[in-house]
Design a binder for this molecule. Structure first.
Ligand SMILES: [Zn+2]
Length: 383
């Protein structure tokens, strides 16, 4: 008789939007960007708050960045659609030592801070100077190939001029305006730029094809995860309490001010509340905090596409469905959780296992790494 419970937990990734503004002002009523709505300027300590959240949780939150206010040389004059000033773009008010300080925080905390592509100015300013939401697409459809290329290119240039590292691997479309399927130009250009992972609210995206699964889909070679609408904290809510309800989907979508304090010296008090919230989520048997974007991708694929059978003291994992969507295992592997299991020896001759027991939790995690990237079945023996 089986005296234990086993599951492949749903991974949870943390995504923070609209990181990168220096001004906090919401200028949307004056044909400017929404920014973060915080009633002060952003400071390097606001970047430290993200890194601290990641460090305390031993993971790498995605910081979806808007980079126009990092433009040290006013190169965005050449991309009038990217900002509210168009050809007269002048960023001198934001050029100062805080750029170097924040860049250094991002670089030295790269294990706990992932730069995710969000955009240059978040909206798209038309030739007549008015804007529509948002940068990559609006209700009418995607921006032109020429414009998308230009925006991607200048995002890359601003990263380079600030020493922010290589082009991101992940993308959050502004205002979640994304198009899934149909061999569309945005997907193609993102892929060519090196993006592998997209997170967006499936409810806000246009679809030429339906994502294959409720929480994710594969669009060409891009992995697209559903951000849903959790935890439902307003984008402009500064600090405050983390919600009580645990996340049901696979992404906790926040905005930068949600983890900050009006007084930046007190940012870490807010971060502390979110750390507790995410630790509580991670204690839910069927939920696991992802280490990073790629662990999130692999665990999400495995939890949806693995058939798990329990035969007495043997767990049989079958990946036939997985190989219909992917042609090799992800090297990040997958995690199983077991509850109420009294015996300690866990082994497999098919894959490498690492077993983690956490005294705070009443379950054991088994991390599985596949040596054979086409392994169709793995047996795990519990003794
Ligand atoms: Zn945004």
């Amino acid at each position: 008789m089986q005296d234990f419970e086993v599951c492949i937990p749903i991974p949870l990734q943390i995504v923070l939007d609209d990181v990168g503004w220096w001004s906090g002002a919401d200028d949307s009523q004056q044909n400017g960007p929404y920014r973060t709505g915080i009633k002060r300027r952003h400071v390097p300590a606001d970047y430290l708050a993200i890194a601290e959240l990641g460090r305390r949780l031993d993971m790498r939150p995605q910081a979806a960045m808007i980079l126009c206010e990092w433009d040290r040389k006013n190169i965005l004059k050449k991309v009038p659609s990217a900002t509210w000033m168009g050809k007269n773009w002048d960023n001198s008010v934001n050029i100062g030592p805080q750029l170097d300080e924040a860049a250094e925080i991002i670089r030295s905390n790269s294990k706990h801070f992932e730069i995710t592509l969000h955009g240059l100015g978040h909206e798209f300013w038309h030739k007549d100077g008015t804007f529509s939401r948002a940068e990559w697409a609006d209700e009418a459809g995607l921006r032109s190939e020429e414009e998308i290329k230009l925006h991607l290119d200048y995002f890359c240039r601003i990263m380079e001029m600030n020493g922010l590292g290589g082009f991101p691997k992940s993308f959050v479309p502004c205002a979640f305006k994304y198009v899934f399927g149909g061999d569309n130009i945005l997907t193609r250009l993102l892929r060519e730029s090196g993006i592998e992972y997209v997170s967006t609210s499936f409810g806000c995206m246009k679809t030429f094809e339906t994502p294959q699964f409720k929480l994710f889909g594969r669009d060409d070679s891009l992995f697209v995860a559903d951000r849903g609408n959790e935890p439902g904290v307003a984008w402009y809510a500064i600090g405050g309490d983390a919600p009580e309800k645990m996340i049901e989907g696979c992404i906790c979508g926040l905005h930068w001010p949600n983890i900050l304090h009006e007084n930046p010296k007190r940012n870490l008090e807010v971060v502390e509340r979110w750390v507790k919230y995410f630790k509580d989520n991670n204690k839910v048997f069927t939920k696991i905090l992802a280490r990073d974007t790629f662990h999130h991708r692999s665990q999400l694929a495995y939890c949806n596409l693995t058939d798990l059978q329990v035969n007495c003291q043997t767990l049989i994992l079958d990946f036939s469905r997985f190989f219909k969507l992917f042609d090799h295992h992800f090297h990040e592997g997958m995690t199983l959780r077991i509850k109420n299991h009294k015996v300690n020896a866990i082994s497999s001759s098919d894959a490498r296992l690492t077993v983690q027991k956490n005294e705070d939790y009443n379950f054991t995690a088994i991390n599985i790494i596949f040596d054979d990237c086409r392994q169709h079945q793995v047996k795990i023996t519990l003794k």
